[in-house]
Structure formats: structure tokens, C-alpha cells
Design a protein around this ligand. Structure first.
Ligand code: ADP
Ligand code: MG
Length: 728
């Protein structure tokens, strides 16, 4: 009998909330406690050092070596004062997540003791043993050197008694081996290009800043149940499990009461985030049972991304203290919604003007239209690439599954913006009538206010305009946001550069500035119209329509990655200086390899579960039925016995059929893996895994889930959906 399952279910269901004493003080008193913020820099650094560092950060200038020594000294003192014993360069390898190598601050003092030291050299650059991080062939193993280098634009912080220094990670030959390097390049590119265009409207603009506000969705599961499901523990998702009779049909979980255990977890998580300067603001339930969401106030993109990565590891730590496990997988359970990470993205000037928000004057409106239309063109030209930027083995389960954005990138603009753009196309003078907040006159005058509270939001769109920003909703919950932000900011930067050139050409030909801009905007609007779609993205008609419009409709993840290597992508990344062809090729190798590995692990785990858990239980139940039939036959005359045992016969045959099917498919899957594993080309191997191995998983699952419905509940050895999905 399945005693283990009942034991863990009992443990999980009887679990009490872990007490968490929220600090009595106001949040502002401990906010950023563990961050080496400007205030801490001011307190711990000599005046000249402080000024040089701030100047370098604000003007993106390199920091001189002697300044670095002085910064390191102050930073060390602050870290020691706050209980840190170690330091680490904290970086973002091409696996999702972060990596670090901890070193103690100590050095021999020459008197058989130690003293704490930290130098500018150690702060600025290190050489982690990097041979084990994916690099797509850029580093040969004998030249396994990779360097991490300090990113002064993201502040150091203390986590678990370790001073963490955000760094980039590059190869000996200077190619990026991480997400942060190309992200910083893309942010610089969009800064330069955006500034040049923004200066058409305000010549005093010095910088354009990219902002990101992510919304992180996740599931919680009790840790006892989690531990009893090898598929969850090893792959992050359930590879089998029949739907619970009740899941999200009633939608009663959404914005409903949060269970006390979860509430305690959320409270502690929020406090931890605030101490680390992560400005989380909202926590609530999501649509699916056990699904929740957390969102911060938006920040500059590089920092926001660091904060999201930090959050993901914090969540894991805090969850364990509350006897939970966090599931960041995009699709942990079939039959209920998956998790995403909406990337709210905008551009703003150093003057505090949000460029996707309608302005207050006709000039402001023209600037707004200019930036919106340039984003439309960028997303249109690179829709396949943007899809590639959010694609992964895990997000592949979620996209196009009638709950999340479809596997086609289009743009939702909403009725008001659509109306404005249509108006513009028909009458190029119409932007002059768009009145701002002050000028409440006719027709389009209320638009600015209404747009800010854009209510007709379309949940089926992967990329939606939401008043003063765009919401890229297709990003996966476990992903590093940088992947999407690199592609998007680079594509937009490239388009803004081209726009600037076109306007300069027009000006050279003697056209007046506003006239030049409006004509260019209208022509770009006409050109990029096909990316605009406000309808239902889940419908089959849209798939057909999108194909007619020439949008990228590929659904196979390994083939979606090809977009990175298409000439238009390679050229765009080269023009903006964000990624070289060598880097793109190497990164794709890593993507294909990771895809293969994820499916390979899933296939192995499901194979084991099927053979070691499911088939033995099915056999036991089947023999119980057979035993019953024998007894009936020994007691009753043949005809009567057949009548009584009729259902048993049917069930026995069904069980036999499912068991046979499982065995056959597991063998097929092993064979498909054997064939795929000898393919050397990473792309072809990933395609083989996608086409030949992956489909076996669903078929095996189907038969297992049928068996789960038939077999005596007491015999079933693994926690069921109805147990996993409802926290008491
Ligand atoms: P939703 O209604 O979609 O849940 P919220 O109002 O909770 O949206 O905001 C989602 C995220 O968008 C938050 O992180 C918020 O800070 C962010 N956000 C708001 N304005 C901007 C902006 N201009 N640029 C980037 N992110 C923004
Ligand atoms: Mg949202």
C-alpha cells in the first residue's frame, strides 16, 4: 500500500504557518539595508573617491585603478560592519539564474594570524573557474579562462553574509559569456539612438533610459509533496498526473484570500526584498490554484533585471523556511494556467519624460507618435527574433496553449491609440489637434488621461501597449529578462538610428522638421501595419491571418532559435554593436544544447517513473482484480460469474492495454534518444529531440493518467494533482 504518499499528504495538510514577525519599524527604515547605495558610498568613501565613482556611474565612464582600491576599502568596511565574511563576483551565465564563487576576505598577516583585505583589483576583475559554464565553443577547454568584471552601474549587496558584486562575464578573447554584457551594450545603443531622436523635440536631452517593471508569476508547493514527486524535483514540472476534479474553473483563487502559510511566506519575502533594495509593491493570487504574482516598482532595466534574478534566488530560500518549494517553471501543471513574467518596458529621457506617454503639447504628441511608431517597426521587422528571445524548452509549453500569448508576435495598441494612428494616416495635420491634459477641447482631447488608464487590455496579446509603456507578456517565468530586453532594446535602437538618418536626409533636402517627422512617421506606420493586431490571439483565424501577413509562425523551439542567425538579425546586432556573429553563433549552440538537455532529462525521469512506479502499481491492482475474478468463478456458476465479473474483465483489459502502450512508448523514446544522442550538430540534435523524443512524453503521460483514474487510490504511490495544487 502506498504509505509514503499518505504520509506526505498528511504532513503537508497538517502543516501550520511558520511564524514571521514583520519588523515594527516603517519599511523606509530598513529599505536597502544590505545595499551599498549612494548613501553608504557617501558614508564609507573618501570625498574624492565618492565623487569620482558617482561621476563614472552617471556618465558611464571607466573607473581608474587607484579609485578602485579606495572603493574596495570602503566597500569592505561596510560589508564587515554588516556581518559579511566573504565576497563574490555575481554574474549571469547563459544557463538561467546566477553564479558566484565565494572567497573569504582573509589574508595572512605575517604574524600567524589573518586580517581582512580586499583590493581594487579583486573588486574590478576576477577569473572564476569558468570551464563548466556553457560557452558554445567560444572557449576551448584548454583556454578555459573567463573573466568577470565589475558593473559599476548596479550596486553591490550583501546576501547570506557575502558581499555580492554584480559583474559581467566575458571570455579571454572578449566575447560575452553572459546576459549582462549584451544587455549593457543594448542599453547603451538605445540610449544613444534614443537621445539623438529625442533631441528633435528637446535639444537639451542628454540620455534616454530604458525601464523595466517585471511581474513575476510562480507556484508554491508543500515541500513534502514536492519531495515525493521526482518529476517536480528534477524537471520543475509534473510529467504526469490526472487533472484535479476542481482546478481553476471557478476562478475563485484569483484575488481571493491568501492562505495563512502563504501569507507568512509573502510577508517575509517582501521584507527580505526591501532590505536588498528590491522595490516590490504588489503580491497577489493568480488564476491557477497555488499560483501567485509579485511585482516591483519599475526601475532602470539593468538594475531591474539584477533585482529579478536576485528575487528568484531569494524566493527559493524564503520558501524553504516556510516548508514550500517555489516552482518557476512556465508550465508545472497541465490543465491549469502556466506562469509568465510580463516585462513592462518603456523609454524615458533624463528630463523625466516617458517617451511612450502622450505629451502635454502638440510637440509632445509628435514625440510620442514618433517613438510608438518606431517601436512598431522594430517589433515588425524583428518579430521572429523577439519570439526567439523568449523561447526555451520550458516556455514552449506555455506559448500558444490558449492561456498565454500565442507563438506569434503581434502588437496590441488599444482602441484609442488605433484611432489616433488611423486619424494620422488619413490626415497628417491631425496630431496638431491632439490636445494634452490642459487643453480639454474636442474629439481627441481626453486621450492622454484615458490612455494612462487603458482598460481594454487584451490578455491574448504577447506585446501590448498599456498607456505609457509596452508589456511584453511572452517572457517565461524562469527566464532571465535580459534575453528579451537585449533583443527589444537593440532592435529599437537600430530602428531609431535609421529614423534619425531618414529625418536628416529630409532636412538636408530642405523639408521643415515637423513636416519631415510626420511624413516619415506616416510612412513607417503604413509599412509596419501588419504587426498591429487587437483581436483574439488565441483564435485559429489569427494564425491564418498572421501567416498571410508574413509574421513568423514557427512553433518548433529549436527552429525558432534560427531567427538569431538570419541575416537581418546578425546585421542589426552588428550595427548596434550588441552581439557579434561569433557571439550569436555560440549562444545559439548553447540554446540548442540546453533544449536537448532539458528534454533528455524529462524523458529519463518519465521513463523511470513509468517503469518503476506506475507499471508495478498497475500490475498489483490488475492482479487484485484477477484474484477477485478467480474467486467469483469458484463461487458462482459460469454464466452468473461472467455477469458479475464483467466490469473486472473490462478493467483488466484496459489496464493491460495501457501498460502495454506505456512499455512500447518508453522503448520508442529510449530508441529515439539513442538515435538523437549520436548526432553531433547541436541544432540537428535539438530538432531530433523536439520531433522524435518530445512527442513520446505526452503519449506516455496520456496512458499513465488513464491508469491513475482506474487504479485504487490507496495504491497510487505519487501525490496527485488534487493534493499538490491546494495549500491548506
Ligand atoms: P498589471 O495591471 O498588468 O498587473 P501593474 O499596474 O501592477 O500592472 O504594473 C505592472 C508593472 O509595470 C509594475 O512593475 C510597474 O512598476 C510597471 N510599470 C508601470 N509603469 C511603467 C513604465 N513606464 N515603464 C516600465 N514599467 C512600468
Ligand atoms: Mg501585467
Amino acid at each position: 500500500m502506498s504509505t509514503l504518499r499518505f504520509k506526505v499528504v498528511e504532513t503537508a495538510f497538517n502543516r501550520k504557518a511558520v511564524k514571521f514577525e514583520s519588523p515594527k519599524e516603517a519599511t523606509s527604515s530598513y529599505y536597502g539595508k544590505y545595499v551599498f547605495s549612494r548613501k553608504k558610498m557617501y558614508d564609507y568613501l573618501p570625498k574624492e573617491t565618492y565623487e569620482s565613482l558617482i561621476n563614472a556611474i552617471d556618465h558611464k565612464e571607466p573607473l581608474s585603478r587607484d579609485i578602485a582600491d579606495s572603493v574596495a576599502e570602503g566597500m569592505k568596511q561596510w560589508a564587515l560592519d554588516n556581518g559579511a565574511k566573504h565576497y563574490t563576483h555575481w554574474f549571469q551565465p547563459l544557463t538561467d539564474g546566477t553564479a558566484e564563487k565565494h572567497d573569504a576576505f582573509i589574508e595572512h598577516d605575517g604574524k600567524e594570524g589573518v586580517l581582512e583585505t580586499f583590493s581594487g583589483k579583486l573588486l574590478m576583475q576576477q577569473e572564476p573557474d569558468a570551464s563548466s559554464f556553457p560557452n558554445g565553443g567560444i572557449r576551448n577547454t584548454f583556454e578555459a579562462r573567463g573573466y568577470s568584471a565589475w558593473d559599476i552601474s548596479s550596486p553591490a549587496f550583501i546576501l547570506d553574509n557575502t558581499l555580492c558584486i554584480p559583474t559581467i562575464f566575458i571570455s579571454y578573447t572578449g566575447e560575452s559569456l553572459d546576459y549582462k554584457t549584451p544587455l549593457l551594450r543594448a542599453l547603451n545603443a538605445v540610449d544613444k539612438a534614443g537621445t539623438a531622436v529625442a533631441r528633435f523635440f528637446d535639444p537639451t536631452v542628454k540620455h534616454v533610459i530604458s525601464y523595466l517593471g517585471w511581474e513575476q508569476e510562480y507556484f508554491l508547493v508543500d515541500e513534502a509533496l514536492y519531495a515525493a514527486r521526482p518529476d517536480l524535483a528534477m524537471t520543475g514540472r509534473t510529467l504526469m498526473g490526472h487533472e484535479s476534479a476542481k482546478n481553476q474553473q471557478l476562478e475563485d483563487h484569483y484575488l481571493g484570500a491568501i492562505p495563512t502559510r502563504v501569507e507568512a511566506f509573502m510577508e517575509e519575502l517582501e521584507v527580505e526584498c526591501h532590505k536588498l533594495g528590491i522595490p516590490v509593491k504588489t503580491c497577489h493570487n493568480e488564476v491557477a490554484p497555488n499560483q501567485f504574482e509579485l511585482a516591483p516598482i519599475y526601475e532602470e532595466t539593468n538594475l531591474a533585471n539584477d533585482h529579478n534574478l536576485l528575487l528568484m534566488s531569494l524566493m527559493d530560500d524564503v520558501a524553504r523556511r516556510h516548508n514550500f518549494r517555489v516552482l518557476l517553471h512556465e508550465k508545472p501543471f497541465s490543465g491549469v494556467n502556466g506562469s509568465g513574467k510580463h516585462n513592462n518596458w518603456s523609454l524615458g529621457t533624463d528630463k523625466g519624460v516617458l517617451l511612450f506617454a502622450p505629451g502635454k503639447t502638440p510637440k509632445g504628441h509628435l514625440q510620442f507618435l514618433t517613438f510608438i511608431v518606431n517601436v512598431m517597426v522594430a517589433v515588425y521587422n524583428h518579430n521572429g527574433l523577439l519570439k526567439a528571445s523568449i523561447s526555451s524548452a520550458t516556455n514552449g509549453h506555455r506559448l500558444g496553449a490558449n492561456e498565454a500569448p500565442p507563438a506569434i508576435i503581434s502588437m496590441f495598441l488599444g482602441s484609442q491609440l488605433t484611432e489616433i494612428l488611423d486619424g494620422l494616416e488619413n490626415n497628417k495635420e491631425s496630431w496638431k489637434q491632439m490636445k494634452g491634459k490642459e487643453g480639454m477641447s474636442l474629439n481627441l482631447s481626453q486621450i492622454p488621461e484615458l490612455l494612462i488608464d487603458n482598460t481594454d487590455r487584451n490578455r491574448t496579446s504577447p506585446f501590448a501597449f498599456t498607456g505609457n509603456r509596452f508589456e511584453f507578456r511572452a517572457v517565461g517565468s524562469s527566464a532571465n529578462c535580459a534575453s528579451a530586453m537585449i533583443a527589444l532594446n537593440a532592435a529599437v535602437a537600430d530602428q531609431l538610428n535609421q529614423f534619425k538618418q531618414s529625418i536628416d536626409d529630409r532636412l538636408r533636402k530642405g523639408q521643415e522638421l515637423n513636416e519631415a517627422i510626420i511624413e516619415e512617421v506616416i510612412s513607417l506606420l503604413k509599412y509596419s501595419k501588419n504587426i498591429h493586431f487587437d483581436g483574439n490571439g488565441y483564435s485559429d483565424e489569427w494564425k491564418e491571418e498572421a501567416a498571410r501577413r508574413g509574421l513568423d509562425c514557427e512553433t518548433s523551439v529549436p527552429l525558432i532559435f534560427d531567427s538569431y542567425l538570419k541575416p537581418e538579425s546578425v546585421q542589426m546586432f552588428a550595427r548596434t554593436g550588441v552581439l557579434s556573429k561569433v557571439e550569436l553563433e555560440a549562444r545559439n549552440e548553447v540554446k540548442w544544447e540546453m533544449y536537448t538537455k532539458k528534454i533528455q532529462i524529462e524523458a529519463r525521469v518519465l521513463g523511470d517513473l513509468a517503469i518503476n512506479h506506475v507499471l508495478p502499481v498497475a500490475t498489483r491492482f490488475q492482479s487484485l482484480l484477477l484474484d477477485n475474478v478467480y474467486k467469483i468463478k469458484s463461487l458462482f456458476p459460469q454464466v452468473k460469474a461472467d455477469e458479475i465479473a464483467e466490469q473486472d474483465y473490462i478493467t483488466i483489459e484496459k489496464i493491460a492495454y495501457h501498460m502495454k502502450s506505456i512499455r512500447a512508448k518508453v522503448n520508442d523514446m529510449i530508441e529515439a534518444r539513442r538515435v538523437a544522442n549520436v548526432i553531433e550538430d547541436e541544432r540537428k540534435k535539438a530538432i531530433a529531440y523536439h520531433d522524435e523524443v518530445f512527442p513520446c512524453l505526452d503519449i506516455i503521460r496520456y496512458h499513465i493518467d488513464r491508469l491513475e483514474l482506474m487504479i485504487d487510490d490507496e495504491m497510487w504511490s505519487l501525490p496527485k494533482y488534487r493534493e499538490l495544487l491546494f495549500i491548506r
